[in-house]
Design a protein around this ligand. Structure first.
Ligand SMILES: [Fe+2]
Ligand SMILES: [Fe+2]
Length: 303
C-alpha cells in the first residue's frame, strides 16, 4: 500500500482544518489591484516580451479570477459525484459516511466562497471577465463517463491544488494577501479531499479486469481532452477581457502568440501540474502500471 489514508483520520484532520466563509472573506474585504494574484509558475504573464509590467499584472489578475472561477466550476460536478458515491452505503461505516458528507459540504462551501470572490472581483475590476460554462452542461458531460474515470480526474485536481499552494503560492511574498489567503484556506481543506479521492479511486477500481481499467483510462483521457478544449475557449475569453480592460491593441501576430502561450499556461495549471503529481501517479500505478505509463506519456503535452 502506498498510503495510510483512512476515513477516521480524515475526519479528525478536517475538523481541525475547518473554517467559516465569514472569517476568510468578511464583508468589506478588499483586493489589492496593485499586486499580482497568481504565482508566475501558473500565470506565465511576466515573460511575454510585448507586454508592459502593468499589462502583465492585469492579465495575471484576470488569470486569478479565472482560477477561482474554474475551481468553482469543477467543484460543481465533484459535489454530486461524492454524494452519489456516499449514498449506496449510508449504513455500513459511520466514519466513511461522515467523511464523504463532510467532503461534499466543504466543496459546497468552496463554491459559495468562490462566487463571493467573483462578486468582489467584478465590483472592483473595470470590465467583465467571462468564464466558460454553463457549469451544469460541463458537469453533465464529465459525469456521463465511467465513475472510475471521473474519480481519477477529481484525484488529479485535488493533488494539483496541493502542488500549486505548496510549490508556488505559500512562499510568494508579492501576491495580494487576500487572494493568497483564499488559496491557503482552500488548500487546507483540499488536503483531506485528496486522501478521500484516493480511497474512492481504490474502491471503484477493486475487482476490475485489466480491460475494464483500461476503458476507464480511455474515459479519463477523453475528459482531459474535453477540459483542454474548454481551456482553449477560456484563454480567448481571458484575452478579450484583457484587451477591454487595458485598452491595449494587439496585432494579429501578438494575439496568436498570446493565445498559444496562455493556452499552454492554462493547460499546465489545470492538467499538466496534476498529471505529474507523484501521489496521483502512485495511486494510478497501484491500480495498473500500464495505466500509469499511459498517463505519464501524455503529461508532457500539458507541461
Ligand atoms: Fe474545493
Ligand atoms: Fe476538493
Amino acid at each position: 500500500m502506498h498510503h495510510n489514508f483512512n476515513f477516521k483520520d480524515v475526519l479528525t484532520a478536517s475538523a481541525r482544518a475547518s473554517w467559516a466563509i465569514e472569517d476568510v472573506l468578511p464583508d468589506g474585504s478588499r483586493l489589492d489591484f496593485s499586486r499580482r494574484f497568481m504565482p508566475e509558475t501558473l500565470a506565465r504573464t511576466a515573460t511575454i516580451p510585448f507586454l508592459s509590467e502593468e499589462e502583465a499584472r492585469l492579465l495575471n489578475q484576470i488569470r486569478g479570477h479565472e482560477y477561482l472561477a474554474l475551481f468553482g466550476l469543477v467543484e460543481e460536478f465533484i459535489l454530486p459525484f461524492v454524494l452519489d458515491h456516499a449514498r449506496p452505503q449510508l449504513n455500513e461505516d459511520d466514519h466513511r459516511v461522515r467523511a464523504l458528507l463532510g467532503f461534499a459540504s466543504e466543496e459546497a462551501k468552496h463554491i459559495h466562497l468562490f462566487r463571493k470572490f467573483h462578486a468582489l472581483f467584478q465590483e472592483s475590476f473595470a470590465t467583465p471577465c467571462a468564464v466558460i460554462g454553463p457549469a451544469e452542461a460541463i458537469g453533465a458531460e464529465i459525469l456521463r463517463h465511467d465513475p472510475l474515470a471521473v474519480a481519477l480526474v477529481i484525484l488529479m485536481i485535488e493533488w494539483m491544488t496541493q502542488n500549486h499552494y505548496l510549490d508556488s503560492v505559500r512562499d510568494d511574498g508579492e501576491l495580494d494577501p487576500l487572494f493568497k489567503s483564499l488559496l491557503k484556506h482552500h488548500w487546507m481543506e483540499e488536503a483531506q479531499h485528496a486522501k478521500l479521492d484516493t480511497l474512492m479511486v481504490e474502491a471503484l477500481a477493486e475487482g476490475r479486469s485489466a480491460a475494464a481499467i483500461e476503458r476507464a483510462i480511455d474515459g479519463f483521457l477523453e475528459i482531459g481532452l474535453f477540459l483542454d478544449a474548454g481551456l482553449k475557449n477560456q484563454t480567448a475569453m481571458n484575452l478579450d477581457a484583457f484587451v477591454e480592460a487595458s485598452g491595449r491593441r494587439l496585432s494579429a501576430r501578438e494575439r496568436r502568440a498570446l493565445e498559444g502561450q496562455q493556452h499552454q499556461a492554462l493547460r499546465f495549471t489545470y492538467l499538466g501540474s496534476g498529471l505529474v503529481h507523484p501521489r496521483f501517479l502512485a495511486t494510478v500505478q497501484a491500480i495498473s502500471p500500464a495505466a500509469r505509463d499511459r498517463i505519464a506519456g501524455v503529461a508532457p503535452i500539458f507541461s
